[in-house]
Design a protein around this ligand. Structure first.
Ligand code: UT7
Length: 337
């Protein structure tokens, strides 16, 4: 077998739009309250994009520039782009090509879009890892970016979902690593499509007789995210510990070996449940949902970048990323930093 390489995250970065939307702000446009949102989700505020300033792709580019600088690399070093989002700029083409245009200019590289919602970043990272491990590429740019705010039902009817989601972007550079002691140790990916409709935006769908009708817009059901909240919650609290333990066990490690767990930020109650059930101290689990809400594919790279900035990740640390969301999909990545 040909020599396999190891891949590391040589740089991480994030970008969030300037506009802060507090729970108080939302309670002025729908029947909700700061108390309800904080108690049920832990969210205090989230960011909403500014039209004309932020796009899904350019927020990813802004996060990527930070990650590149921290990696000591330039856009010229990037050989492949993997872009995870559920809120792309266009129905097609994917946002990855827009990143290629904005970041790389004349240099043409492959750009792949990943559609695995809250698990999107870990899925994207696993793709990058395979390309780097095999020696195909030395540096792959991985982005998770979302604009939820234009796709939410901002009336009382949609409050169960619209108070949760926020906009933002995060990025990582996955690079070839010569040091045997470091790297992405493993990734584990799962899906269970029988639950596809439990958390979904169904319209405009290609399999309908009419892709987008006036009725769809007037009824405003399928065009906004639907979430069977309690149901998703129950699956999440099972799958998160399961996929984290799968990562640890496949590397002969246990929860006590973990220096930092970076879970997808879906709900503070879910994060607290994982932390307690895995017996992890508070300082070993990242939580920033109070500031950004749930930014789906962007949530893990934003949390990772903030944790790195705060000095919570040092060389040699064992870091686990874990996600669960629409699909259902769930995934983990274990990294020796
Ligand atoms: O990121 C992908 C994965 N996503 C998740 O993992 C999310 C999982 N689910 C959740 O986080 C929670 O289910 C939610 C935060 C979405 C909802 O919390 P919950 O504790 O499950 O509340 P609920 O949906 O059971 O609603 C309880 C009550 C209802 O009123 P009644 O029927 O008891 O009178 C809702 O109508 O709260 C009401 N409600 C609200 N009230 C004020 C729902 N949304 C709101 C709101 N403000 N925004």
């Amino acid at each position: 077998m040909a020599k396999m390489f190891r891949s590391i995250l040589s740089g991480v970065g994030h970008y969030v739009p300037e506009k802060i939307v507090t729970n108080e702000d939302l309670s002025k446009i729908m029947e909700t309250s700061d108390e309800w949102i904080q108690l049920r989700t832990g969210i205090k505020e989230r960011r909403h994009f500014t039209p004309g300033v932020d796009t899904c792709a350019n927020m990813g580019v802004k996060a990527a520039r930070v990650a590149l600088e921290r990696a000591g690399l330039s856009p010229d070093d990037i050989e492949f782009i993997v872009f995870a989002t559920l809120s792309p700029d266009y129905f097609f083409p994917g946002s990855g090509v827009l990143v290629q245009k904005e970041l790389m200019g004349d240099k043409t590289v492959g750009a792949l879009d990943v559609r695995d919602q809250c698990s999107g970043f870990v899925y994207a990272l696993s793709v990058a890892d395979q390309f780097v491990k095999t020696g195909m590429y030395k540096h792959v740019l991985v982005i998770g970016s979302e604009i939820h705010s234009t796709g939410l039902d901002m009336t009382t009817r949609g409050r169960g979902v619209s108070v949760i989601f926020g906009d933002g972007a995060g990025a990582a550079i996955v690079s070839r690593c010569e040091d045997e002691g470091r790297g992405i140790l493993s990734t584990h990916l799962h899906s269970e499509g029988q639950y596809a409709e439990e958390l979904a935006v169904l319209d405009p769908g290609s399999s309908r007789e009419v892709r987008l009708s006036k009725e769809m817009i007037d009824e405003a059901t399928g065009i906004y995210p639907y979430m069977n909240g309690n149901y998703v919650f129950k699956h999440a609290v099972t799958r998160f510990p399961e996929v984290i333990n799968e990562a640890l066990a496949s590397n002969g490690l246990s929860a006590s070996d973990l220096d930092l767990l970076v879970p997808h930020q879906a709900n503070l109650r879910i994060t607290t449940y994982i932390r307690e059930s895995m017996n992890l101290p508070e300082e070993r689990v990242v939580s920033n949902i109070h500031k950004y809400g749930n930014t789906t594919a962007a949530s893990i790279p934003i949390a990772l970048s903030e944790a790195w900035e705060a000095g919570r990740i040092k060389p040699g640390d064992l870091v686990c990323l874990a996600a669960f969301g629409s699909g259902f999909t769930w995934a983990s990545a274990l990294i020796k930093w």
